[in-house]
Design a protein around this ligand. Structure first.
Ligand SMILES: Nc1ncnc2c1ncn2[C@@H]1O[C@H](COP(=O)(O)OP(=O)(O)OP(=O)(O)O)[C@@H](O)[C@H]1O
Ligand SMILES: O=C(O)c1ccc[n+]([C@@H]2O[C@H](COP(=O)([O-])O)[C@@H](O)[C@H]2O)c1
Length: 205
């Protein structure tokens, strides 16, 4: 049975942090591959300042090149926006795969604000990556209080959820926020031609 890591994100734009945590997850959790779910719109993030999905997918494809990472806008195809709905749809659609949810410590710090976050944790094991400045907040978060009894070492993550593993990792301070500040017009580089066929929900076939 294939085990696929899922990295949901805005990818506004994609960067080396996304790539390095995905490659680390593949190695440390013995995943077959990682799918990047480029979000049509994070329910907790403002629409203002969010580049078009097409440009974000194109940037993700570029950063994921020559790696066992598949870039997809499958939430657009599924018509889902909340992670719990996406996960339930993926589990139904791919019954022969196992999934692991990947996220940075910044997202764990506010995971308790996600819709039905306990349901998410009961649906898939979760791997969390350290991120500079967020570790203490994540550790002290309401969701971590609930998840703590389910904490396992990375090698034991594959199994019946809830399970949560912290992946020790050389934290990388890079963020899309910093990249946008340095290059506010980044999305213009991904012209229509470059982004052609960029937005598809299709993963297989
Ligand atoms: N440098 C990093 N280290 C660890 N995790 C990261 C890093 N960058 C992004 N992630 C994780 O990747 C996922 C997608 O991140 P996202 O696309 O929001 O990038 P971002 O850099 O956090 O963006 P922004 O600065 O706009 O919030 C999230 O789970 C996030 O925690
Ligand atoms: O389902 C939710 O309530 C929810 C709330 C906030 C964020 N998410 C998901 O978290 C992932 C990371 O988002 P981001 O914007 O931090 O890259 C992305 O897949 C979002 O759809 C999901």
């Amino acid at each position: 049975m294939k085990v696929t890591g899922l990295l949901g994100g805005s990818f506004n734009p994609a960067h080396r942090g996304h790539r390095s945590i995905s490659l680390a997850a593949i190695e440390r959790l013995a995943l077959d591959e990682v799918w990047w779910l480029v979000s049509p719109g994070n329910p907790l993030k403002p629409v203002a300042g969010m580049a078009p999905l097409r440009a974000r997918v194109a940037s993700a494809k570029r950063v994921a090149r020559r790696a066992p990472i598949r870039v997809t806008a499958i939430e657009r195809e599924l018509g889902t926006r909340y992670t719990i709905d996406t996960l339930r749809a993926l589990v139904r659609r791919y019954p022969r795969r196992r999934f692991v949810w990947l996220m940075g410590a910044d997202n764990l710090a506010q995971f308790h604000r996600w819709r039905n976050w306990r349901g998410i944790a009961r649906t898939v094991p979760i791997a969390v990556f350290a991120r500079p400045g967020y570790e203490a907040k994540a550790m002290a978060s309401p969701s971590m209080a609930w998840l703590r009894p389910y904490r396992v070492p990375p090698h034991a993550l594959r199994g019946t959820p809830p399970r949560l593993a912290w992946l020790r990792f050389d934290p990388d301070p890079i963020s899309a926020t910093a990249l946008r500040a340095a290059d506010p017009d980044w999305a213009n580089r991904y012209s229509d031609a470059h982004a052609r066929d960029g937005v598809t929900g299709r993963i297989i076939g």
